[in-house]
Design a binder for this molecule. Structure first.
Ligand code: LLP
Length: 402
Protein backbone atom coordinates (compact mmCIF):
# COMPACT_ATOMS: atom_id res chain seq x y z
CA UNK A 1 0.00 0.00 0.00
CA UNK A 2 1.30 3.40 -0.93
CA UNK A 3 1.97 5.68 1.99
CA UNK A 4 0.87 9.29 2.07
CA UNK A 5 0.86 12.03 4.64
CA UNK A 6 -2.58 13.46 5.40
CA UNK A 7 -3.54 17.00 4.47
CA UNK A 8 -4.23 17.93 8.08
CA UNK A 9 -0.74 16.78 9.06
CA UNK A 10 0.80 18.82 6.23
CA UNK A 11 -1.15 21.89 7.37
CA UNK A 12 0.21 21.38 10.90
CA UNK A 13 3.74 21.18 9.53
CA UNK A 14 3.28 24.34 7.47
CA UNK A 15 2.00 26.15 10.53
CA UNK A 16 4.85 24.92 12.69
CA UNK A 17 7.77 25.33 10.28
CA UNK A 18 6.47 27.99 7.89
CA UNK A 19 6.40 27.97 4.10
CA UNK A 20 7.80 27.30 1.59
CA UNK A 21 8.61 23.92 3.04
CA UNK A 22 9.89 20.60 1.75
CA UNK A 23 8.50 17.56 3.57
CA UNK A 24 9.90 14.04 3.14
CA UNK A 25 8.30 10.82 4.29
CA UNK A 26 10.87 8.26 5.39
CA UNK A 27 8.63 5.20 5.20
CA UNK A 28 7.77 5.99 1.58
CA UNK A 29 11.49 5.88 0.70
CA UNK A 30 11.68 2.50 2.37
CA UNK A 31 8.60 1.30 0.53
CA UNK A 32 10.21 2.23 -2.80
CA UNK A 33 13.43 0.45 -1.84
CA UNK A 34 11.45 -2.64 -0.90
CA UNK A 35 9.76 -2.58 -4.30
CA UNK A 36 13.18 -2.69 -5.96
CA UNK A 37 14.39 -5.51 -3.73
CA UNK A 38 11.29 -7.52 -4.54
CA UNK A 39 11.40 -6.86 -8.29
CA UNK A 40 15.07 -7.86 -8.60
CA UNK A 41 15.10 -10.61 -5.97
CA UNK A 42 16.05 -13.28 -8.49
CA UNK A 43 19.27 -11.62 -9.63
CA UNK A 44 22.50 -10.53 -8.07
CA UNK A 45 21.49 -6.88 -7.92
CA UNK A 46 22.60 -3.98 -5.71
CA UNK A 47 21.10 -0.51 -5.61
CA UNK A 48 23.05 2.69 -5.20
CA UNK A 49 20.85 5.69 -4.36
CA UNK A 50 21.77 8.51 -6.78
CA UNK A 51 22.01 11.09 -4.05
CA UNK A 52 22.09 14.05 -6.45
CA UNK A 53 18.29 13.82 -6.14
CA UNK A 54 18.33 14.82 -2.47
CA UNK A 55 21.42 15.05 -0.28
CA UNK A 56 20.14 16.14 3.09
CA UNK A 57 22.41 14.26 5.48
CA UNK A 58 19.45 12.94 7.45
CA UNK A 59 18.00 11.41 4.31
CA UNK A 60 21.39 9.90 3.47
CA UNK A 61 21.60 8.37 6.95
CA UNK A 62 18.13 6.93 6.52
CA UNK A 63 19.04 5.48 3.13
CA UNK A 64 22.03 3.82 4.78
CA UNK A 65 19.90 2.53 7.61
CA UNK A 66 17.52 0.75 5.25
CA UNK A 67 20.49 -1.00 3.68
CA UNK A 68 20.77 0.83 0.38
CA UNK A 69 24.14 1.87 -1.11
CA UNK A 70 24.90 5.30 -2.52
CA UNK A 71 25.93 6.78 -5.88
CA UNK A 72 27.63 10.17 -6.02
CA UNK A 73 28.17 12.68 -8.79
CA UNK A 74 30.77 14.91 -7.17
CA UNK A 75 33.55 14.47 -4.65
CA UNK A 76 31.51 16.50 -2.19
CA UNK A 77 28.66 14.01 -2.47
CA UNK A 78 31.24 11.28 -1.79
CA UNK A 79 32.34 13.17 1.32
CA UNK A 80 28.72 13.58 2.40
CA UNK A 81 28.23 9.83 1.96
CA UNK A 82 31.28 9.14 4.13
CA UNK A 83 29.94 11.65 6.64
CA UNK A 84 26.59 9.84 6.67
CA UNK A 85 28.42 6.66 7.63
CA UNK A 86 28.42 4.65 4.39
CA UNK A 87 31.33 2.20 4.15
CA UNK A 88 33.61 2.95 1.17
CA UNK A 89 32.64 -0.28 -0.61
CA UNK A 90 29.02 0.87 -0.57
CA UNK A 91 29.84 4.22 -2.16
CA UNK A 92 30.08 4.70 -5.90
CA UNK A 93 31.47 7.79 -7.58
CA UNK A 94 30.19 8.06 -11.15
CA UNK A 95 31.92 11.08 -12.53
CA UNK A 96 31.70 13.14 -15.66
CA UNK A 97 34.31 15.65 -16.87
CA UNK A 98 35.96 16.03 -13.49
CA UNK A 99 39.48 17.03 -12.51
CA UNK A 100 41.77 14.05 -11.94
CA UNK A 101 42.43 15.35 -8.43
CA UNK A 102 38.83 14.39 -7.49
CA UNK A 103 39.44 10.86 -8.71
CA UNK A 104 42.61 10.72 -6.60
CA UNK A 105 40.63 11.83 -3.55
CA UNK A 106 37.98 9.19 -4.24
CA UNK A 107 40.73 6.58 -4.53
CA UNK A 108 42.19 7.67 -1.19
CA UNK A 109 38.75 7.32 0.35
CA UNK A 110 38.58 3.79 -1.03
CA UNK A 111 35.27 4.12 -2.88
CA UNK A 112 34.14 2.56 -6.18
CA UNK A 113 34.90 4.81 -9.13
CA UNK A 114 33.50 4.99 -12.67
CA UNK A 115 35.74 7.00 -14.99
CA UNK A 116 34.16 8.68 -18.01
CA UNK A 117 37.06 9.92 -20.17
CA UNK A 118 40.04 8.36 -21.84
CA UNK A 119 42.37 11.03 -20.45
CA UNK A 120 41.37 10.38 -16.84
CA UNK A 121 41.47 6.64 -17.45
CA UNK A 122 45.05 6.96 -18.71
CA UNK A 123 46.07 9.11 -15.72
CA UNK A 124 44.46 6.58 -13.41
CA UNK A 125 46.27 3.70 -15.07
CA UNK A 126 49.60 5.51 -14.97
CA UNK A 127 49.22 6.21 -11.28
CA UNK A 128 47.54 3.07 -9.97
CA UNK A 129 48.00 0.41 -12.66
CA UNK A 130 46.52 -2.88 -11.52
CA UNK A 131 46.42 -1.94 -7.84
CA UNK A 132 42.99 -0.28 -7.68
CA UNK A 133 39.96 -1.76 -9.47
CA UNK A 134 38.05 0.75 -11.51
CA UNK A 135 34.94 1.09 -13.68
CA UNK A 136 34.43 2.68 -17.05
CA UNK A 137 31.47 4.87 -17.92
CA UNK A 138 30.54 4.22 -21.52
CA UNK A 139 28.27 6.16 -23.82
CA UNK A 140 26.08 3.47 -25.39
CA UNK A 141 24.65 5.75 -28.11
CA UNK A 142 21.08 5.03 -27.04
CA UNK A 143 18.48 7.78 -27.07
CA UNK A 144 16.37 7.59 -23.92
CA UNK A 145 14.88 9.70 -21.16
CA UNK A 146 11.96 12.03 -20.54
CA UNK A 147 13.45 15.04 -22.36
CA UNK A 148 16.71 16.07 -24.00
CA UNK A 149 18.09 17.76 -20.87
CA UNK A 150 17.96 14.46 -19.02
CA UNK A 151 18.99 12.17 -21.89
CA UNK A 152 22.58 11.16 -21.34
CA UNK A 153 23.37 8.12 -23.46
CA UNK A 154 22.78 9.33 -27.01
CA UNK A 155 25.41 9.89 -29.65
CA UNK A 156 25.71 13.65 -29.11
CA UNK A 157 25.92 13.34 -25.36
CA UNK A 158 28.93 14.55 -23.36
CA UNK A 159 28.61 11.64 -20.93
CA UNK A 160 30.90 8.64 -20.93
CA UNK A 161 33.38 7.28 -23.40
CA UNK A 162 31.72 6.73 -26.78
CA UNK A 163 31.30 3.08 -27.59
CA UNK A 164 33.11 3.50 -30.88
CA UNK A 165 36.28 4.42 -28.96
CA UNK A 166 36.52 1.06 -27.25
CA UNK A 167 39.76 0.21 -29.07
CA UNK A 168 41.36 3.30 -27.60
CA UNK A 169 40.13 2.25 -24.15
CA UNK A 170 41.61 -1.20 -24.62
CA UNK A 171 44.95 0.31 -25.61
CA UNK A 172 45.03 2.39 -22.43
CA UNK A 173 44.02 -0.60 -20.32
CA UNK A 174 46.78 -2.69 -21.83
CA UNK A 175 49.42 0.04 -21.70
CA UNK A 176 48.81 0.88 -18.04
CA UNK A 177 47.74 -2.58 -16.86
CA UNK A 178 44.41 -1.31 -15.53
CA UNK A 179 42.08 -3.61 -13.63
CA UNK A 180 38.61 -2.97 -15.04
CA UNK A 181 35.97 -4.50 -12.80
CA UNK A 182 32.90 -2.47 -13.78
CA UNK A 183 31.25 -1.28 -16.96
CA UNK A 184 28.70 1.51 -16.48
CA UNK A 185 26.05 3.25 -18.54
CA UNK A 186 23.34 5.73 -17.62
CA UNK A 187 21.15 6.47 -20.61
CA UNK A 188 18.80 9.00 -19.04
CA UNK A 189 16.18 9.87 -16.46
CA UNK A 190 12.49 8.92 -16.71
CA UNK A 191 12.96 5.89 -18.93
CA UNK A 192 9.56 4.29 -19.46
CA UNK A 193 10.58 1.50 -21.72
CA UNK A 194 12.18 -1.68 -20.37
CA UNK A 195 13.57 -2.21 -23.88
CA UNK A 196 15.95 0.70 -23.33
CA UNK A 197 17.54 -1.16 -20.43
CA UNK A 198 17.53 -4.35 -22.50
CA UNK A 199 19.40 -2.56 -25.27
CA UNK A 200 21.92 -1.24 -22.73
CA UNK A 201 22.46 -4.76 -21.38
CA UNK A 202 23.04 -6.04 -24.90
CA UNK A 203 25.62 -3.32 -25.59
CA UNK A 204 27.48 -3.98 -22.34
CA UNK A 205 27.50 -7.76 -22.78
CA UNK A 206 29.12 -7.25 -26.17
CA UNK A 207 31.80 -4.98 -24.71
CA UNK A 208 32.28 -7.21 -21.66
CA UNK A 209 34.12 -9.86 -23.62
CA UNK A 210 37.13 -7.51 -23.78
CA UNK A 211 37.31 -7.28 -19.98
CA UNK A 212 38.07 -10.60 -18.28
CA UNK A 213 38.11 -9.18 -14.74
CA UNK A 214 34.58 -7.79 -14.60
CA UNK A 215 32.68 -8.04 -11.35
CA UNK A 216 29.91 -5.56 -12.04
CA UNK A 217 27.66 -4.33 -14.81
CA UNK A 218 26.13 -1.03 -13.80
CA UNK A 219 23.01 0.08 -15.67
CA UNK A 220 22.65 3.51 -14.02
CA UNK A 221 19.38 5.08 -12.88
CA UNK A 222 16.38 6.45 -14.69
CA UNK A 223 13.34 4.52 -13.42
CA UNK A 224 10.29 6.66 -14.10
CA UNK A 225 7.69 7.40 -11.47
CA UNK A 226 4.12 8.60 -12.03
CA UNK A 227 3.66 12.35 -12.09
CA UNK A 228 -0.02 12.12 -12.97
CA UNK A 229 -2.66 9.50 -12.24
CA UNK A 230 -2.28 6.67 -14.80
CA UNK A 231 1.09 8.02 -15.92
CA UNK A 232 3.30 5.43 -17.54
CA UNK A 233 6.11 4.22 -15.24
CA UNK A 234 9.03 1.86 -15.63
CA UNK A 235 7.74 -1.65 -15.15
CA UNK A 236 10.37 -2.69 -12.62
CA UNK A 237 8.92 -6.18 -12.18
CA UNK A 238 9.23 -6.80 -15.90
CA UNK A 239 12.74 -5.31 -15.84
CA UNK A 240 13.62 -7.53 -12.87
CA UNK A 241 12.61 -10.61 -14.82
CA UNK A 242 14.51 -9.44 -17.90
CA UNK A 243 17.64 -8.75 -15.88
CA UNK A 244 17.51 -12.18 -14.28
CA UNK A 245 17.04 -13.90 -17.62
CA UNK A 246 19.82 -11.98 -19.36
CA UNK A 247 22.34 -12.20 -16.55
CA UNK A 248 21.73 -15.92 -16.01
CA UNK A 249 22.59 -16.42 -19.66
CA UNK A 250 25.55 -14.09 -19.46
CA UNK A 251 26.97 -16.03 -16.53
CA UNK A 252 27.21 -19.09 -18.74
CA UNK A 253 28.86 -17.22 -21.62
CA UNK A 254 31.21 -15.14 -19.50
CA UNK A 255 32.06 -17.97 -17.17
CA UNK A 256 31.50 -15.97 -14.03
CA UNK A 257 28.60 -14.36 -12.19
CA UNK A 258 28.73 -10.56 -12.18
CA UNK A 259 26.70 -8.23 -10.01
CA UNK A 260 24.14 -5.89 -11.52
CA UNK A 261 24.11 -2.37 -10.14
CA UNK A 262 21.43 0.29 -10.52
CA UNK A 263 21.57 3.92 -9.44
CA UNK A 264 17.98 5.05 -8.82
CA UNK A 265 17.45 8.63 -7.69
CA UNK A 266 13.89 9.68 -8.49
CA UNK A 267 12.46 6.23 -7.89
CA UNK A 268 13.54 6.28 -4.25
CA UNK A 269 12.78 9.83 -3.17
CA UNK A 270 10.53 11.62 -5.67
CA UNK A 271 7.18 10.44 -4.35
CA UNK A 272 8.42 10.59 -0.77
CA UNK A 273 8.60 14.37 -0.92
CA UNK A 274 6.18 17.23 -1.29
CA UNK A 275 6.61 20.97 -1.39
CA UNK A 276 4.24 23.29 0.47
CA UNK A 277 3.78 26.90 -0.56
CA UNK A 278 1.37 29.60 0.53
CA UNK A 279 -0.63 31.78 -1.82
CA UNK A 280 0.33 35.42 -1.26
CA UNK A 281 -1.74 37.08 -3.92
CA UNK A 282 -4.67 36.25 -6.18
CA UNK A 283 -4.81 38.25 -9.39
CA UNK A 284 -7.88 38.13 -11.60
CA UNK A 285 -6.98 39.12 -15.15
CA UNK A 286 -8.77 39.06 -18.47
CA UNK A 287 -7.25 35.71 -19.47
CA UNK A 288 -6.63 33.88 -16.23
CA UNK A 289 -6.53 33.96 -12.46
CA UNK A 290 -2.99 33.98 -11.12
CA UNK A 291 -2.34 32.29 -7.80
CA UNK A 292 0.93 33.94 -6.76
CA UNK A 293 2.77 31.79 -4.22
CA UNK A 294 5.51 32.59 -1.74
CA UNK A 295 8.00 30.54 -3.79
CA UNK A 296 9.16 30.28 -7.39
CA UNK A 297 11.62 28.65 -9.77
CA UNK A 298 14.33 29.47 -7.24
CA UNK A 299 12.91 26.78 -4.95
CA UNK A 300 11.34 24.34 -7.35
CA UNK A 301 12.72 24.53 -10.86
CA UNK A 302 11.35 21.38 -12.48
CA UNK A 303 8.21 22.90 -14.05
CA UNK A 304 10.11 25.76 -15.69
CA UNK A 305 13.29 23.88 -16.53
CA UNK A 306 11.83 20.65 -17.87
CA UNK A 307 8.20 21.57 -18.44
CA UNK A 308 7.54 18.99 -15.71
CA UNK A 309 4.00 18.37 -14.53
CA UNK A 310 3.47 18.14 -10.77
CA UNK A 311 0.10 17.53 -9.17
CA UNK A 312 -0.94 20.51 -7.06
CA UNK A 313 -3.50 20.33 -4.28
CA UNK A 314 -5.14 23.11 -2.37
CA UNK A 315 -5.02 21.49 1.03
CA UNK A 316 -6.65 24.49 2.72
CA UNK A 317 -9.82 24.15 0.68
CA UNK A 318 -10.02 20.58 -0.57
CA UNK A 319 -13.76 20.76 -1.21
CA UNK A 320 -13.83 24.18 -2.84
CA UNK A 321 -15.42 24.56 -6.26
CA UNK A 322 -13.07 23.77 -9.13
CA UNK A 323 -11.67 26.69 -11.10
CA UNK A 324 -8.75 27.14 -13.48
CA UNK A 325 -5.62 28.91 -12.28
CA UNK A 326 -2.15 29.81 -13.38
CA UNK A 327 -0.05 28.92 -10.36
CA UNK A 328 3.03 31.12 -10.37
CA UNK A 329 5.87 32.27 -8.13
CA UNK A 330 7.18 35.58 -6.85
CA UNK A 331 10.42 35.65 -8.85
CA UNK A 332 11.30 38.53 -11.18
CA UNK A 333 10.85 36.49 -14.34
CA UNK A 334 8.17 34.15 -15.57
CA UNK A 335 8.05 31.26 -13.13
CA UNK A 336 4.93 29.31 -13.87
CA UNK A 337 4.37 26.18 -11.82
CA UNK A 338 1.17 25.21 -13.64
CA UNK A 339 -0.87 26.75 -16.40
CA UNK A 340 -4.62 26.67 -16.65
CA UNK A 341 -4.81 24.07 -13.88
CA UNK A 342 -8.16 23.08 -12.45
CA UNK A 343 -7.90 23.38 -8.65
CA UNK A 344 -10.24 23.71 -5.71
CA UNK A 345 -11.00 27.38 -5.19
CA UNK A 346 -7.90 29.22 -4.02
CA UNK A 347 -8.04 32.02 -1.50
CA UNK A 348 -5.15 34.18 -0.37
CA UNK A 349 -3.15 32.39 2.39
CA UNK A 350 -4.26 28.97 1.18
CA UNK A 351 -1.60 26.26 1.22
CA UNK A 352 -0.75 24.56 -2.07
CA UNK A 353 1.08 21.25 -2.06
CA UNK A 354 3.20 20.09 -4.98
CA UNK A 355 3.49 16.34 -5.12
CA UNK A 356 6.48 14.32 -6.24
CA UNK A 357 8.91 16.98 -5.14
CA UNK A 358 11.38 14.85 -3.19
CA UNK A 359 13.80 14.41 -6.08
CA UNK A 360 15.62 17.37 -7.63
CA UNK A 361 13.43 19.79 -5.67
CA UNK A 362 15.34 21.30 -2.77
CA UNK A 363 18.50 19.97 -4.37
CA UNK A 364 18.19 22.31 -7.37
CA UNK A 365 17.07 25.32 -5.34
CA UNK A 366 18.96 28.59 -5.20
CA UNK A 367 18.99 32.00 -3.53
CA UNK A 368 17.93 33.80 -6.73
CA UNK A 369 16.40 37.19 -5.96
CA UNK A 370 18.14 36.88 -2.57
CA UNK A 371 15.29 34.76 -1.32
CA UNK A 372 15.92 32.28 1.45
CA UNK A 373 16.10 28.60 0.59
CA UNK A 374 13.20 26.62 2.06
CA UNK A 375 13.32 24.55 5.22
CA UNK A 376 13.19 20.74 5.07
CA UNK A 377 11.34 18.36 7.35
CA UNK A 378 11.64 14.58 7.60
CA UNK A 379 8.64 12.64 8.86
CA UNK A 380 9.43 9.28 10.36
CA UNK A 381 7.20 7.06 12.49
CA UNK A 382 4.63 9.84 12.36
CA UNK A 383 7.03 12.35 13.90
CA UNK A 384 8.35 15.41 12.10
CA UNK A 385 11.94 16.54 12.45
CA UNK A 386 13.31 19.78 11.05
CA UNK A 387 16.30 18.61 9.04
CA UNK A 388 17.27 21.95 7.52
CA UNK A 389 16.50 25.35 8.90
CA UNK A 390 15.21 28.01 6.58
CA UNK A 391 17.94 30.45 5.56
CA UNK A 392 18.23 33.64 7.54
CA UNK A 393 19.52 37.01 6.33
CA UNK A 394 23.11 36.31 7.49
CA UNK A 395 23.24 33.28 5.18
CA UNK A 396 22.96 35.57 2.18
CA UNK A 397 26.12 37.42 3.25
CA UNK A 398 27.97 34.44 4.71
CA UNK A 399 30.60 33.96 2.01
CA UNK A 400 30.88 37.51 0.82
CA UNK A 401 33.92 39.55 1.84
CA UNK A 402 33.88 43.17 2.91
N1 LLP B 1 23.17 7.75 -12.32
C1 LLP B 1 23.71 8.75 -13.03
C2 LLP B 1 25.06 8.59 -13.55
C3 LLP B 1 22.97 9.92 -13.27
O1 LLP B 1 23.51 10.90 -13.97
C4 LLP B 1 21.66 10.04 -12.75
C5 LLP B 1 20.87 11.25 -12.97
C6 LLP B 1 21.13 8.98 -12.00
C7 LLP B 1 21.92 7.84 -11.81
C8 LLP B 1 19.76 9.01 -11.38
O2 LLP B 1 18.74 9.16 -12.29
P1 LLP B 1 17.22 9.04 -11.78
O3 LLP B 1 17.04 7.64 -11.26
O4 LLP B 1 17.04 10.05 -10.70
O5 LLP B 1 16.40 9.35 -12.97
N2 LLP B 1 17.17 17.04 -12.49
C9 LLP B 1 16.51 16.15 -13.43
C10 LLP B 1 17.11 14.76 -13.44
C11 LLP B 1 18.56 14.77 -13.77
C12 LLP B 1 19.19 13.42 -13.63
C13 LLP B 1 20.66 13.50 -13.80
N3 LLP B 1 21.32 12.25 -13.60
C14 LLP B 1 15.01 16.12 -13.12
O6 LLP B 1 14.58 16.75 -12.17
O7 LLP B 1 14.26 15.50 -13.86
Amino acid sequence: MSQQLSNSFLIELANEFGTPLYVYHAEKIKEQYQKLLTAFAGSNTRFFYACKALTNINVLKYIKEIGCNIDCSSINEVKLAVHAGFAPENILYTSNNIAFSEIETAQQLGVNINIDSISNLRKFGQKFGHTYPVGIRLRPNIMAGGNLKISTGHQDSKFGIPLEQIDKVLEVVKETNLRITDLHIHTGSEIKDVEVFAKGIEVLFEVAKHFPELEVIDLGGGFKVAYKPNDEVTDIDKLGRKVKEEFDLFEKQYGRRVEVWFEPGKFLVSEAGCFITKVNVLKETANTVFAGTDSGLNHFIRPMFYGAYHIIENISNPNGAKRNYNVVGNICETDTFAENRSLNEIREDDLLVFQNAGAYGFEMSSNYNSRFKPAEVLVRDGKAQLIRKRDVFEDLLKNQTF
